[in-house]
Design a protein around this ligand. Structure first.
Ligand code: F6R
Length: 240
């Protein structure tokens, strides 16, 4: 199911309204969260809804999709830092239930621990996903197995290039990240994929117009029964 809006701002309002409705209906919702440029206005909108309507995340939990291997949690480009600045510090989600993969220690152990923590919470109710220009979801790059679990993944040169602007001048992203696998992602009860801007049009079309294929990780979402794509007209342009 596609929901198409005129602008990224309108997409952000709609995604925030949807998440707010889910959390209002079930305060103990387990959220799967994403980072990236697409989600900055979405967290901004969700924080605004929370402040304006008194929406509480006190009973909720969250699991982020991914984190760079080897970055300290307070590194300016870590996803932990992104989440703190864009969302966690502005809402009442308890810190001990706002999890990201612990990627600055024993990565293999962290992957297993993350899968176990998701299971212990009863699984993810709603997973937010962005999409890379090459069709990646999380850091599952083209060629990733559709039944993959949380793992250490190598970033492609195009993903490193796309994310370099998030790093301080002179620094580049680490070559690896811990990411939920595509199999992990597909176990979420509901998936919300968000795509904005013309740069995502080709990836979106490949993900949904051609049969599922491991060369386009997002095409695995066709095998999930409850996916909603929130996108703007620019990203939807290739679907026509
Ligand atoms: C982020 C993530 C990535 C991004 C994707 C799009 O946690 O897992 O898959 O969603 O790279 O990033 P932006 O929104 O920066 O274009």
């Amino acid at each position: 199911q596609f929901q198409v809006f005129v602008s990224p701002e309108a997409v952000a309002e709609a995604v925030a309204a949807h998440i707010a409705e889910v959390v209002r209906a079930r305060p103990e919702t387990v959220l799967g969260l994403a980072t990236g440029k697409t989600f900055v206005p979405i967290y901004e909108a969700l924080v605004r809804v929370s402040v304006e309507t008194g929406l509480s995340f006190a009973e909720a939990s969250s699991f982020n999709l991914d984190e760079y291997v080897g970055l300290a949690p307070n590194h300016p480009a870590s996803f932990r830092r992104y989440m703190e600045e864009n969302f966690f510090r502005h809402v009442d989600l308890p810190a001990e239930r706002a999890l990201l993969p612990e990627a600055d220690g024993d990565a293999a152990a962290a992957c297993l621990a993350y899968e176990a923590a998701i299971v212990a919470r009863g699984g993810i109710d709603v997973q937010l996903l962005g999409i890379g220009r090459n069709g990646h979801i999380g850091f599952n790059e083209p060629g990733s197995a559709f039944d993959g679990r949380t793992q250490v993944a190598k970033l492609t040169p195009s993903t490193i290039a796309a994310n370099t602007s998030d790093f301080p001048p002179g620094e580049v992203p680490p070559p690896e990240a811990i990411t939920m696998g595509i199999g992990t992602i597909l176990e979420a009860r509901e998936i919300v994929l968000v795509a904005t801007g013309a740069g995502k049009a080709e990836a979106l079309a490949r993900a949904f117009l051609a049969p599922p294929d491991e060369t386009c990780p997002a095409s695995a979402l066709q095998r999930h029964g409850h996916v909603t794509v929130f996108c703007d007209e620019a990203a939807f342009a290739g679907m026509g």
